[in-house]
Design a protein around this ligand. Structure first.
Ligand SMILES: NC(=O)c1ccc[n+]([C@@H]2O[C@H](COP(=O)([O-])OP(=O)(O)OC[C@H]3O[C@@H](n4cnc5c(N)ncnc54)[C@H](OP(=O)(O)O)[C@@H]3O)[C@@H](O)[C@H]2O)c1
Length: 370
């Protein structure tokens, strides 16, 4: 606040939680230092989720604050809510994926400027210590600049938010298996959040010579359109009935105890669920970084790689519980996305760089000439 020399009038609107400050003839809108966020304070079903006021985050020197415009849900968000699989302190704001706009940054941030549209998975599961308490189902989040990337301009915020965790997982499976161009691949579960990206990456990024994927009857055409050369309806075909054998078996649903029969004798088998259900299967997790998102930028920009948003969404920010209910059915087609964040229609913000020990007591959201 010390930057501002002339304060003629200060008052806080109780209606919209904005603080209005006259600077000369300019009215600045400053938002009070609380935000809306979904959170839970105990493990349990989706009913433990509450929408309430939550403190605004503060950035350290290598961190940015992002005004979230869209977020995506992943199974880890409800698994983490159901039981203590990752060390975390309550209250927890769920959500890993987001796309939004940079509104404040620490002094050590070099990759991003205020106003940049960015996207990323803000939870680095491999980092030591606890996961962030403040996930992406909040109006503002704090994240290290290394974990995010510039949003490709041709993607909407909703499309960008749908990608990070799922695509980082999808890539890691190919890396772990040391997949080579021209090899054949069998994908168990081609229609889910991760599976839709595995199919597309196999065809358009890793140049597999033959891509076969499984899904249920209503989704066969959908998975073909993603690039699969052949789609197997698992409701009427057993793995044992498939005569071909594949160079790589990529199982996204944890069915390796049955699906392993389609893999060639020495072929890698990747399982992204824990624990892998067959002795030959190797568990693959994800590398959370902005770099792997940057690597995909040309493929996202030329449309070879598409963000797939489940047609029941995007869900409104106020409908997060319904969005979780749907994801937890295990029938999602692509990604379950949350949009319409409360601040979405706020006026353009003004902000400033923050030193490592400066607390952003208020995040400025806009100015208007009186
Ligand atoms: N290791 C990691 O780092 C990591 C990262 C992300 C996710 N995961 C895990 O990977 C799993 C998948 O994640 P996700 O985000 O893709 O989940 P998701 O979007 O909820 O997956 C839903 C999809 O699974 C398909 N499916 C269900 N049973 C199937 C079956 N028997 N055969 C073929 N497809 C089937 C469904 O298709 P139908 O309706 O056609 O059956 C649906 O489209 C989850 O367990 C998640 O926790 C692990």
């Amino acid at each position: 606040m010390s930057d501002y020399k002339i304060f003629r009038t200060i008052y806080i609107s109780k209606l919209d939680r904005f603080l209005y400050i006259y600077q000369g003839d300019v009215l600045c809108f400053w938002r009070a230092n609380m935000q809306k966020a979904w959170f839970y304070e105990e493990y349990g079903s989706k009913e433990v989720l509450k929408l309430g006021d939550f403190p605004l985050p503060t950035p350290h020197h290598n961190q940015i604050i992002v005004q979230v415009r869209a977020a995506a849900l992943n199974p880890i968000d409800f698994k983490r809510r159901q039981r203590p699989i990752f060390p975390s302190d309550f209250p927890v704001v769920p959500g890993c994926d987001m796309a939004g706009v940079v509104v404040a940054k620490g002094t050590g941030v070099t990759k991003f400027d205020l106003g940049d549209a960015v996207y990323g998975n803000i939870q680095d599961f491999n980092a030591p210590g606890k996961l962030k308490q403040l996930g992406t189902l909040a109006e503002f989040i704090v994240v290290e600049e290394t974990l995010v990337a510039m949003k490709p301009q041709n993607l909407s915020f909703e499309e960008a938010a749908s990608l990070p965790l799922a695509v980082q997982t999808a890539i890691e499976g190919f890396v772990t298996a040391d997949f080579k161009e021209g090899q054949t691949i069998f994908i168990v579960g081609g229609a889910g959040g991760v599976g839709t990206l595995v199919v597309q990456l196999a065809k358009h990024f890793y140049n597999a010579s033959y891509v076969v994927a499984t899904c249920s009857s209503p989704k066969v055409e959908f998975v073909k359109k993603l690039g699969a050369d052949k789609v197997i309806d698992y409701t009427n075909t057993k793995y044992e009935e498939i005569e071909e054998k594949f160079d790589f078996l990529y199982d996204t649903i944890g069915d390796c105890k049955n699906s392993f029969v389609v893999a060639k004798d020495e072929a890698p088998i990747i399982d992204i669920t824990w624990p892998p259900s067959h002795p030959r299967a190797v568990y693959s997790s994800l590398t959370v970084s902005g770099e792997n998102l940057e690597m995909l930028r040309p493929y996202l920009e030329n449309g070879k790689l598409k963000a797939i948003i489940d047609p029941t969404g995007p869900y409104a920010f106020t409908d997060v519980i319904e969005a979780f209910r749907y994801l937890e059915t295990g029938r999602a087609r692509g990604k379950v996305v949350i949009a319409s964040f409360p601040t979405e229609n706020a006026p353009p913000y003004v902000s400033r760089e923050l030193g490592s020990n400066q607390m952003p007591q208020r995040v400025a959201l806009g100015t208007s000439v009186c």
